[in-house]
Design a protein around this ligand. Structure first.
Ligand code: PRP
Length: 292
């Protein structure tokens, strides 16, 4: 990939450096200046090669979307003809239908916006419920959705002898089954009803957990309520230990501290979102996708 340049922002320097080394490509950080009124100025290299990969995770997405709206057309003005967005966490995928009249279907509109600027988008474990493929979100463009579940499963298999993997809700079944199947782990899936941003009702799966080393596995932790509620219920039922493995460590506010306070022993995450719990690198996944 010597003809490709990797562009990134310095708040994702660790992942950007690791990716550049693994791909053996040149890395350039886009310079950012925030004006007193909050507007942004971006500075890219004066000339760009025809193929550019832009790395930008979209956790805390609103300002980052503006960065993309400025950086992508600038890259094309500077010589880029094929522009790939690598966004390990793709925001706005959870609002995928109109639940009440007049409610914006953000997934569709953010997808269209990205399709306007990028030839291809690569992401990890996007929260897509009711559609099968990321292509459906990106009209006319290539969307590639990678799964970190086998990496999470491998980590659990190495660190927790005889683990029982539990997914807190039906949605998590895809990741839990993939991780369990790849590494011969026991698994079970609970149920969840969401009542609001911070309110969920959880039902544990009907499997014996007494004395088991349970690992809760999910695509993301945001407020941590889903994992906290599950962990407390598992410990109350006699689980020997509860660990957590997630792809996206969003952990808003005090969520991480509260999750540990709820009795969770270890919290493990991938570096798709930079966080203190990162222990699993998604770089091998990204490299395989970008090289194909
Ligand atoms: O840390 P939290 O704030 O609990 O959020 C994380 C949970 O939210 C997501 O599911 P969600 O409840 O959105 O599922 P849904 O899309 O089916 O409502 C995700 O799959 C996690 O289970």
């Amino acid at each position: 990939m010597t003809d490709t340049l990797l562009l990134a922002f310095d708040d994702e320097a660790a992942l950007a450096n690791e990716l550049a080394v693994a791909l053996d490509v040149q890395l350039h950080f886009i310079k950012r200046h925030r004006f007193p009124d909050g507007e942004l100025r971006l500075v890219l290299p004066a000339r760009l090669p025809p193929r550019v990969v832009l790395l930008r995770g979209l956790h805390q997405p609103n300002e980052k979307l503006v960065e993309l709206m400025i950086a992508a057309p600038t890259a094309r003005e500077l010589g880029t003809r094929h522009l790939t967005l690598v966004s390990p966490y793709l925001a706005y995928m959870r609002q995928d239908m109109e639940f009440t009249p007049g409610e914006a279907v953000s997934q569709r509109h953010i997808g269209k916006l990205l399709a306007q600027y990028f030839d291809a988008v690569i992401t990890i474990d996007p929260h897509l419920h009711r559609i099968q493929s990321l292509d459906e979100v990106l009209p006319g463009r290539r969307g590639l959705s990678l799964s970190a579940a086998p990496l999470l499963g491998a980590w659990v298999a190495r660190h927790v002898p005889d683990a029982l993997l539990i997914g807190p809700d039906e949605e998590s079944a895809q990741w839990v089954h993939e991780a369990a199947a790849a590494h011969g782990l026991d698994s079970a899936i609970g149920r969840k009803v969401r009542h609001g941003d911070h309110q969920v009702t959880l039902a544990l799966p009907d499997v014996p957990v007494q004395g088991r080393a349970v690992v809760l596995l999910d695509d993301m932790a945001s407020t941590g309520r889903t994992l906290m509620g599950s962990a407390e219920a598992l410990l109350a039922r006699g689980a020997a230990s509860v660990d957590v493995a997630v792809t996206h460590a969003l952990f808003v506010g005090e969520a991480y501290v509260q999750l540990k306070a709820a009795g969770v022993r270890h919290v493990w995450s991938t570096n798709a979102v930079p966080h203190a719990s990162n222990v699993i690198s998604i770089v091998p996944l990204l490299v395989a996708a970008l090289k194909s």
